[in-house]
Design a protein around this ligand. Structure first.
Ligand SMILES: Nc1ncnc2c1ncn2[C@@H]1O[C@H](COP(=O)(O)OP(=O)(O)O)[C@@H](O)[C@H]1O
Ligand SMILES: [Mg+2]
Length: 316
C-alpha cells in the first residue's frame, strides 16, 4: 500500500477544470514535489487530499483511507501547512502549539516535550513565550511547519512552504523538512513554484492546466529530457583531430563541444585515449528549470486569470 494513491481525479468549477484527470502514487517516506505555475491546480489537489474539498470525480486514498468517505480517520494521520498563515496572532508560540496538540488529543506531558523538541530543532526555542504577532514572517512560517508535525503525522502536506522567504530561511526550512523525513519517516507532499528547490526530492510531478505532464525522479527526468554539453579546450593539432574524429565541433577560441545523452561514457572514451593534450573540460547538464519550462512553456501565469483553455499535446 502506498501513502497516497490518486486515480483519475477531477475537480471542476463551472467549466474550469482546476484538476483535470490526474493519477499518481506516493510511497511511504517519500519527499514528493508537486510543481506547476500559478493556477495549475496544486492547491486544489492538496485540498482534496486533505479532505477539505470534494472531488468532482475520481478517487484518492491516504494510507489506504478514502478521502471521500473516511475524512475523520485521514485527518488523524495528516499534517497540513496552508499557503496562507493560520496562526493565532494574539497567542504565544507555545500557546499556538499547545492548542493544536490538544485538538489532536495529545496529553499535556507529551505535548510539552514534543513542542520543546521541535522548537529547538527549528531554532525557535527563544521565541517560545513571544506573542506570534511579534514574530517575523520567516519565524511564523517555521512555527507553522512544526505545528503541522506536532502529532507525528504519517503524511505532511505543505502548500508553498517557502513562498516569500529569504534564501537563508528557505535553506533552514528545507533542511528541517529533510531532517524530519529522515528521523521520523514522514511522507511529505509539497507544492512549490521555486523549481530548483525540488532538484533533490525523491520524485516530482509537474502539473499544468490541471494535468500531470511529467512524473518521476528529477534527475532521471532531466536525463531523459536532455543532452548534456561536454566542452574540451585543446590547441594541440593531433588532439584537435582526435576530438573532431569523435564528433566534437569547434565552438570558437580553441573549444570543442558535443551534445550527448551520456556525458560520463563520452568522457571515459575520450580520456582513455593516450597522448591527448586537453587544457580544460566542462560538462553542462540541463537543470530542472529547463525541463520545467520545456513542459509548461514560458507564458506568464497570473493567479486566477480566466483564459480559454488550450488543448495541449503532452509529452510524457
Ligand atoms: N473556488 C474556486 N472557484 C472557481 N475557480 C477556482 C476555485 N479555486 C480554484 N479555482 C481555479 O482552479 C484553478 C487551479 O487553482 P489552484 O489549485 O489554486 O492553483 P495553484 O495552487 O496551482 O496556483 C485556477 O484556474 C483557479 O482559478
Ligand atoms: Mg496554490
Amino acid at each position: 500500500m502506498n501513502a497516497i494513491e490518486v486515480k483519475e481525479l477531477y475537480k471542476s468549477y463551472d467549466g474550469v477544470h482546476a484538476v483535470n484527470g490526474i493519477t499518481f502514487e506516493i510511497g511511504y517516506g517519500e519527499l514528493f514535489g508537486f510543481l506547476g505555475p500559478n493556477g495549475a491546480g496544486k492547491t486544489t489537489t492538496i485540498n482534496i487530499l486533505c479532505t477539505l474539498l470534494k472531488p468532482t470525480a475520481g478517487q484518492a486514498f491516504i494510507a489506504g483511507l478514502d478521502v471521500s468517505r473516511e475524512s475523520d480517520k485521514i485527518r488523524e494521520h495528516i499534517g497540513l501547512v496552508f499557503q496562507e498563515t493560520t496562526l493565532d496572532n494574539e497567542l504565544t508560540t507555545f500557546e499556538n502549539l499547545l492548542f493544536h496538540a490538544y485538538l489532536y488529543g495529545m496529553g499535556r506531558h507529551d505535548a510539552v516535550k514534543r513542542i520543546d523538541d521541535l522548537l529547538s530543532m527549528i531554532g525557535l526555542q527563544s521565541k517560545k513565550n513571544e506573542l506570534v504577532k511579534h514574530l517575523s514572517g520567516g519565524m511564523k512560517r517555521r512555527l507553522e511547519l512544526i505545528r503541522g508535525l506536532l502529532h507525528k503525522p504519517r503524511v505532511l502536506f505543505l502548500d508553498e512552504p517557502t513562498i516569500g522567504l529569504d534564501p537563508q530561511t528557505r535553506a533552514n526550512v528545507w533542511g528541517f523538512i529533510k531532517e524530519m523525513k529522515r528521523a521520523e519517516g514522514t511522507t511529505i507532499f509539497v507544492t512549490t513554484h521555486y523549481i530548483e528547490e525540488a532538484s533533490d526530492f525523491d520524485r516530482i510531478a509537474i502539473i499544468d492546466h490541471g494535468r500531470i505532464v511529467a512524473v518521476g525522479n528529477p534527475n532521471k527526468l532531466i536525463n531523459e529530457m536532455g543532452r548534456a554539453t561536454v566542452t574540451f579546450g585543446a590547441t594541440d593539432g593531433a588532439t584537435v583531430q582526435t576530438l573532431i574524429g569523435h564528433g566534437m565541433i569547434e565552438s570558437g577560441s580553441g573549444e570543442y563541444q558535443i551534445k550527448t545523452e551520456d556525458p560520463d561514457l563520452f568522457l571515459k572514451q575520450i580520456l582513455n585515449l593516450s597522448g591527448l593534450k586537453i587544457n580544460e573540460f566542462k560538462i553542462k547538464k540541463p537543470v530542472l528549470e529547463e525541463l520545467y519550462l520545456s513542459l509548461t512553456g514560458s507564458e506568464i501565469r497570473d493567479e486566477y486569470v480566466d483564459r480559454p483553455r488550450k488543448i495541449r499535446g503532452h509529452n510524457r
